[in-house]
Design a protein around this ligand. Structure first.
Ligand SMILES: *Cc1c(COP(=O)(O)O)cnc(C)c1O
Length: 482
């Protein structure tokens, strides 16, 4: 494929603009004028279109193929919801339009969508109220731990400086808690992949503000002691935070509020009809139990006794603003549409199918890639290439690269960090058995290749535009130009 920077013919043009006199500045200040022409490829419109189309084709997408990236819930989401979010009454609404009276007729519908979505999420999770403001999962975590800090401050308890976080947690958990000013202490995972209760007990004390637990956890496992854990946390005077990024697995079945959690965030851009990845937009609403409502950020959408909606900025105890205006409103519209389309039964089926699909993959691949914790999984399974690495020198990275050559996006790898050579597969509920079988066949084929010609796997990928990259340098010192 030729990129336009490499083509270009002097004098070729993609536009026809009226000629201007050579000395005309078109009203541009002299010191802003270029002294020399920019060094740009000279191409036709067709060259430019082909350039960008070729780049777009190099992008792997859920629309293009299976995308089993664990912890990311890369499911297919209905295109219809994109259409709803793009309706001009939503997409072109100015955030400064008045809520009531002059112009209020234009904003009432949007406020209703926010109010109703937070109400549906509250019902689905068992919390009193949600703030729809945070714009990512990590942003929701930060909001949630700030609420925990506000709760202890309000009680006049300034000794609680520590946030406990399992060693299996997503990296955003310690990052968010640390940004909110907490000291992080790690809690170990036991031999079955659950929270190590003895370790938790030994770390709970009068200095602990809260415990952040991902439920189901990042190993794709549901911790059967979750109620006990919440009890222990409460007995120590701390609050229990639920990282709900994995809610896809349990929605409609388990309400974290009923389990006893005090605060929770959801990832609308995983579980509720917005694709994850690609840098956004996201939405990480936070739900709280009744007596924490006063700490929620402003503004909050209220329903008045006359049935109209308005933003409330009241609350001396509020943690204040966490985002401008209404959060990522378009993402909220899609979540609302998703919930209304599926209804109560549909939401439950989403979770069930996600779990069945992951367990099918696990059952077929557990011999070739033995998991560290051999239990039934929830919506994702964490396999391991540790045996393959020891026997044949073929690592999780090699397996991932070999999948690229077979046209499949690699799973998440080397996470959670407590699983050596981890390959974390999240098939999601939207994939058919045929697609899962193709993936399983590819994984088994790679396992066989690891035995017969391990060297060849070190060369993968050979079909991609680029081979092995220095991934650290690519992230830290990206070269963004030719
Ligand atoms: C994705 C994820 C997050 C963070 O969500 P972002 O929107 O990417 O910030 C937090 N915790 C878990 C378990 C996740 O999977």
């Amino acid at each position: 494929m030729k990129l336009i920077f490499e083509t270009g013919v002097p004098g070729r043009r993609g536009s026809s603009l009226p000629a201007v006199a050579a000395d005309s500045r078109c009203g541009i200040a002299a010191d802003l004028m270029r002294s020399q022409a920019a060094e740009l490829p000279e191409v036709s419109e067709l060259d430019a279109v082909r350039h960008f189309t070729a780049l777009a084709r190099m992008n792997y997408s859920v629309d293009g193929g299976f995308y089993p990236l664990g912890s990311c819930t890369m499911k297919y989401n209905p295109k219809f919801h994109e259409k709803l979010a793009a309706l001009s009454g939503f997409a072109e609404l100015h955030p400064l339009l008045p809520q009531l009276r002059h112009g209020g007729a234009l904003t009432q519908g949007a406020l209703e969508v926010i109010f109703e979505t937070q109400r549906l999420l509250s019902e689905l999770t068992g919390f009193s109220e949600f703030t729809m403001q945070p714009m990512a999962g990590a942003h929701g975590e930060l909001t949630g731990v700030m609420i925990i800090a506000a709760y202890h401050r309000h009680r006049g308890d300034s000794a609680r400086r520590v946030m406990l976080i399992p060693d299996a947690a997503h990296g955003t958990n310690p990052a968010s808690a640390s940004m909110a000013g907490f000291e992080i202490k790690e809690v170990a995972t036991d031999a079955d992949g659950n929270v190590d209760l003895d370790d938790l007990a030994s770390k709970l004390g009068p200095d602990v503000a809260g415990f952040m637990l991902t439920c189901p956890n990042t190993l794709g496992l549901f911790d059967p002691h979750v109620e006990k854990i919440v009890e222990m946390v409460h007995a120590a005077g701390a609050l229990a935070y639920c990282d709900g990024a994995n809610f896809n697995a349990i929605m409609g079945r388990v309400r974290p509020g009923d389990v006893g959690f005090d605060v929770m965030h959801l990832n609308l851009h995983k579980s509720f009809s917005t694709p994850h990845g690609g840098g956004g937009p996201g939405s990480g609403p936070v739900g709280v139990r009744e007596d924490l409502r006063m700490f929620l950020p402003v503004s909050r959408v209220m329903k008045r006794s006359d049935g109209t909606y308005a933003l409330s900025y009241q609350g001396d105890e509020s943690i204040g603003y966490v985002a401008p205006f209404y959060g990522n409103f378009g993402v909220i519209v899609k979540a609302y549409a998703y919930l209304l389309t599926l209804g109560r039964d549909g939401v439950t089926r989403v979770g069930e199918n996600a779990v069945i699909n992951a367990n099918y993959v696990l059952a077929k691949l557990r011999d070739a890639y033995p998991p560290k914790y051999p239990r039934h999984c929830m919506h994702e399974c964490v396999l391991s290439a540790a045996g393959m690495a020891a026997a044949h020198g073929v690592h999780a990275l090699d397996v991932s690269k070999a999948l690229i050559d077979r046209g499949i996006h690699p799973p998440t790898m080397y996470f959670p960090m407590i699983v050596p050579e981890a390959l974390m597969v999240e098939p999601t509920e939207t994939e058919s058995k045929d697609t899962l079988d193709e993936f399983i066949a590819a994984m088994l084929d790679i396992a066989k290749q690891a035995e017969t010609s391990p060297e060849s796997l070190h060369a993968a990928p050979v079909t991609a535009p680029v081979g092995r990259l220095d991934e650290t340098a690519a992230a830290r010192k990206p070269e963004l130009k030719f």
